[in-house]
Design a protein around this ligand. Structure first.
Ligand code: AMP
Ligand code: GLY
Length: 428
């Protein structure tokens, strides 16, 4: 008898997880809660929302789930791993204390400062008047962050004092993110190029995935408002060997040792959002889960089985030396609904996925899709992650866009420049 695994979540990252986990010879049964129509090709989807922690626990207990893999941060911050652990169940994902690395910017920045980990200089405020006074003396641009989880919208990089004060008011006075805005971090703006660096950890040992880079803005050339991520590729050339070595020595080693001193053994996935300038990495943020859409191109490069590492993280003892990575680069182009990241149009039939997947080396991951009356329709902001591997980055980009060109629904949108920054860096 193989393992029974439960994937929690229903987006593109979770489809990539389910796709990869379903290929493991160790797994005989795979569930996803709530999953999506793409995930349903690899797993049995159960209609439990990620916010219903008790129902997730009861399901895992009754189905004797051997390993739960949590995709999104919210259930971890709410204590899902603690609930499962209390039942003696294995979970890849930190407990509530560890999840504060993403759930509280104040906690995260305080830990970074305490253990000397490179990050933007900052101050914390819990009174609006003090925060406003400080912001008005800070040089521009100034970065303001709501303390708690705000679905990626809790950060402003303000170019003017008007903008800074307006955001501060929204967060601390109007409480547009609720209690997430009871405290703020105000920090200096860092220059450089961003990259994502994601590792598996048992609290001491670290096994890294290759580097990757997200595209957070909705428009080409990084214009327009922030989104959940409009595309990603791996590797990110800005993460040189030197950067990688520094990230291990200056970030992960002191961080995990620091967390252990604080009584936190972090078991799961740690994602460092980095700003890199002249080979010097500084931490912008931590996430306590895989990136979305970074997981999609990363798992397409992963040749070895993902399950042993997930299991070892959950057990708190990583014994694997590493994993086998395809040297070829991968690219994921996100297709989104018309109007996203604002109010978007949905319910339109999606055509062409089967044709797109006939393209060599292409996998189409579902994010915001649903089946209505037997037809696949768009149902979320980010709808599909069209992911391709190629002999070169250019080859992977061309393949991904050829596949994107075959997929249609009313209002569908995508960026046309995913990976271009890396191509430019390669040419330079
Ligand atoms: P965060 O959620 O902290 O990663 O912030 C979201 C985005 O805001 C990041 O991906 C960056 O593009 C930007 N950002 C955050 N902090 C800074 C900073 N200190 N300097 C420059 N940009 C930042
Ligand atoms: N792609 C950004 C994130 O997963 O937070």
């Amino acid at each position: 008898m193989g393992l029974t695994v439960l994937v929690v979540g229903g987006g593109g990252r979770e489809h990539a997880l389910a796709w990869k986990i379903s290929r493991s010879p160790l797994v005989s049964r795979l569930y996803a809660a709530p999953g999506n129509p793409g995930i349903a090709r690899h797993a049995e989807c159960v209609p439990i929302p990620v916010a219903d922690l008790q129902a997730l626990r009861d399901f895992a207990v009754s189905r004797k789930v051997d390993l739960t893999v949590v995709g999104p941060e919210a259930p971890l911050a709410a204590g899902l791993a603690d609930l499962l652990a209390r039942e003696g169940l294995l979970v890849c994902g930190p407990d509530r204390a560890g999840a504060q690395m993403e759930g509280s910017k104040v906690f995260m920045k305080t830990i970074l400062a305490k253990y000397g980990i490179p990050t933007a200089a900052f101050r914390v405020f819990d009174e609006y008047d003090d925060a406003e006074q400080y912001v008005l003396t800070h040089r521009l641009p100034v970065v303001i962050k709501a303390d708690g989880l705000a679905a990626g919208k809790g950060v402003a990089v303000a170019q003017t004092y008007e903008e800074a004060v307006a955001f501060l008011r929204d967060v601390m006075e109007r409480r547009v993110f609720g209690d997430a805005g009871s405290r703020v971090v105000i920090e200096e703006c860092l220059a450089g190029e961003e990259a994502s660096y994601i590792v598996f950890t048992d609290g001491t040992k670290v096994v890294p995935l290759p580097s990757s880079q997200d595209h957070k803005r909705i428009g080409d050339e990084d214009q327009g408002p922030n989104t959940g991520g409009m595309g990603a590729y791996s590797p990110a050339p800005v993460v040189t060997l030197r950067v990688e070595e520094r990230v291990h020595r200056q970030v992960f080693e002191p961080l995990l040792a620091g967390l252990r001193k604080e009584g936190i053994t972090f078991r799961g996935i740690l994602y460092a959002g980095l700003m890199i300038e002249n080979d010097i990495p500084r931490v912008l943020e931590f996430n306590v889960r895989f990136g979305d859409p970074e997981a999609q191109p990363l798992f397409l490069r992963l040749k070895s089985d993902l399950v042993p590492l997930l299991l070892q993280c959950a057990q708190g003892k990583i014994t694997d030396a590493g994993m086998e990575i395809d040297p070829r680069p991968t690219v994921c182009v996100v297709m989104s609904s018309g109007g996203y990241p604002g109010g978007y149009t949905k319910g339109f039939p999606i055509e062409g996925i089967v044709e797109a997947e006939k393209e060599d080396g292409v996998v189409v991951f579902h994010a915001g899709t649903a089946t209505v009356d037997g037809r696949l329709v768009n149902s979320g902001g980010r709808v599909l992650g069209v992911t391709a591997i190629g002999d070169s980055l250019k080859g992977a980009i061309d393949r991904a866009y050829r596949a994107v060109g075959k997929i249609h629904w009313e209002g569908a949108y995508h960026r046309t420049d995913i990976g271009r920054k890396a191509l430019r860096r390669g040419a330079a």
